[in-house]
Design a protein around this ligand. Structure first.
Ligand code: CUA
Length: 158
């Protein structure tokens, strides 16, 4: 121990501060190791000017890849999503892969935790299971130019 005189309350608060720091670091480590919550790594890359000619983005669309499992290949560009609308049965797991040939866009489905930043040069991926029937809007939530506010799509769960 340091030979500094600290008032009792100061020592108590130092211990509380130190203990909460350790606690937060432990929570962070547990989330990363057990919850698999990590920053994205090894992202798939694509040259923005080659999006239109590189599979699978040369043919954007929804493909069934298993029972109740789909891959949605989406091109986000000023000021549309391709495909603009998709339909899946309730209970479907959809693997989204999205890229942009022009500027940064957003890909958000309000009411779900699907919320991606679509960066030219990168292929952004996210998987979501649509359990309930209903219509979902897909919105661009990154300002991308004069038509930003009309940039939207839809996904119908039936
Ligand atoms: Cu695309 Cu805003």
């Amino acid at each position: 121990m340091l030979n500094i005189h600290l008032p009792r309350y100061e020592r108590i608060w130092l211990w509380i501060g130190g203990a909460s720091l350790v606690l937060f670091l432990i929570i962070l480590a547990l989330l990363a190791l057990l919850g698999d919550l990590n920053p994205p790594g090894n992202m798939r890359m694509i040259a923005p000017e080659a999006v239109r000619t590189t599979p699978p983005f040369d043919k954007p669309g929804l493909k069934q890849i298993g029972p109740n499992e789909y891959r949605a290949t989406v091109v986000a560009q000023m000021f549309t999503f391709q495909p603009a609308s998709m339909t899946v049965p309730a209970g479907s797991t959809v693997h989204f892969e999205v890229t942009s040939p022009d500027v940064v866009h957003g890909f958000e489905i309000p009411g779900t935790n699907v919320n991606m930043m679509v960066i030219p040069g990168h292929i952004t991926e996210f998987t979501y299971t649509f359990r309930k029937k209903g219509d979902h809007l897909i919105v661009c939530n990154e300002y991308c130019g004069s038509g930003h506010q009309v940039m939207m799509g839809s996904i119908t769960v039936q």
